[in-house]
Write a protein that binds this ligand. Structure first.
Ligand code: GLV
Ligand code: MN
Ligand code: MN
Length: 418
């Protein structure tokens, strides 16, 4: 292996290009002074056009699929493809690397391997909706590719009340053709995704790259707490049914319960009080819950404990509550063959004989959805301080270079294995 040892200069140039393009994509935003790019928005269309240009520049044929994912393909049209990629959508006030760096690194791997004779085609995919920022349901783009799109998603609405179906039509996509985005297992060799870690483990270990062993299972809920709005001055405490205080206690209960459970983590990221006036006791509160675990069973057990605890809180406070599940994804285990190839790929970038780090991903990734149709493998890049979903999100150019080299070596390893 180590066929790419001689390519040091090309790999350095590739990493530079990835960093410059991350900056370029960061300028495609709907928010003044920060990065936000959501599914089926004008910004989504713009980054797809840019990605398609970059795909064509390295000789790939391109298409946007029926779910708005941007694809490029290199190699024989009849061969199954090894898919490489990640997503281009973002959370609000995002960093510039989550997802994006994986798409751009994939393009550089294709560029580096342009003259290699591979026994499979290479595809690069820029998924259109991983974060779920607009419709609350994550992994829409990759679910369409995996063929696991669910008809009830069409009525999901965004903050302005636009349904997913309407947004498709506005973007120029035909909801009736969504099934055309789905890929068959026999068309694919596997899926490889490079991604920043979004946590501090690699930074703390002083290592640049890791093989991902599995991706956390996740469930997301929208909770509504109902009490009674009343005068803030005139209503004594024992006559209040304050929905915001009930919701706040629920959020604290989520933290307490999850802290007690190994490898389950819960977050209340949204909390709104209604009617939202300084002089009115909140009569209604809406909160989100994001719950993740290494295993589905422990995650579900924690959710049952949270439900029991919230029942007790609301009972004490004379409040009613409901929970609507808006996202559910089982834990996904990375394919052993792809993990082995990634391990070899990483080894080619380090001088030590030690095994590279193996990490369980607490963050969700498109690979979770794609796992339903083909084997998946993930390469993590060190994320200084572990900060992500934040403008300070970072990755070093040197680690990107190591990542590109590892990923290219991984592809060569898989080619040799076939
Ligand atoms: C995506 O980044 C997620 O894990 O929520
Ligand atoms: Mn993210
Ligand atoms: Mn991501």
């Amino acid at each position: 292996m180590a066929l790419l040892l001689a390519e040091r200069d090309r790999i350095a140039a590739a990493a530079r290009r990835v960093m410059v393009r991350c900056d370029e994509l960061a300028r495609v935003t709907s928010a003044q002074g920060s990065i936000e790019r959501v599914y089926l928005s004008p910004e989504h269309a713009r980054v797809n056009r840019l990605a398609a240009e970059w795909m064509r520049e390295i000789g790939m044929t391109t298409r946007q699929d029926a779910a708005g994912n941007q694809l490029g393909r290199a190699g024989d049209a009849a061969s199954p493809a090894l898919m490489l990629g990640s997503h281009l959508d973002t959370v609000p006030d995002a960093g510039r690397f989550d997802g994006i760096v994986g798409v751009l690194m994939a393009l550089e791997v294709v560029r580096l391997l342009r003259d290699a004779r591979l026994p499979f085609a290479l595809e690069v995919v820029a998924f259109s909706d991983e974060e779920g920022t607009r419709f609350g349901k994550a992994l829409l783009g990759s679910s369409a590719v995996a063929g696991t799109w669910e008809p009830q998603w069409w009525t999901l609405t965004d903050a302005d009340g636009t349904s997913l179906r309407e947004a498709f039509l506005e973007f120029g996509l035909d909801p009736g053709r969504i099934a055309e985005a789905a890929r068959r297992p026999d068309e694919l060799v596997g899926y490889l995704e490079a991604h920043i870690e979004q946590g501090p483990e690699l930074d703390e270990r002083g290592e640049a790259l890791a093989v991902v062993s599995s991706i956390a299972s996740a469930r997301r809920f929208q909770l509504v707490v109902e009490g009674e709005a009343r005068h803030a001055g005139g209503t004594p405490y024992d006559r209040r049914h304050d929905a915001l205080l009930g919701a706040s206690e629920a959020a604290l209960a989520v933290e307490r319960i999850c802290r007690a459970e190994h490898h389950v983590i819960g977050t209340v990221g949204q909390l709104e009080a209604y009617p939202g006036a300084v002089n009115v006791v909140p009569g209604e509160a809406h909160l989100s819950l994001d719950l993740r675990g290494e295993f589905d069973e422990t995650r579900d057990g924690v959710w049952r404990s949270i439900e029991r605890e919230i029942d007790a809180i609301m009972g004490r406070r004379g409040l009613r509550w409901t929970a609507r599940e808006v996202h559910s994804a089982p834990a996904v285990f990375c394919a052993p063959l792809l993990q082995d190839a990634l391990r070899e790929g990483i080894r080619s970038t380090v001088d030590t004989a030690e095994d590279p780090a193996v990490i369980f991903s607490r963050a969700g990734h498109d690979a979770m959805a794609i796992g339903a149709v083909t084997g998946v493998g993930m390469l993590f890049l060190r994320n200084p301080d572990g900060i992500s979903h934040h403008p300070d999100e970072a990755v070093s150019e040197q680690d990107v270079a190591r990542g590109i080299r590892s990923l290219a070596e991984t592809v060569l390893q898989l080619a040799a294995d076939r």
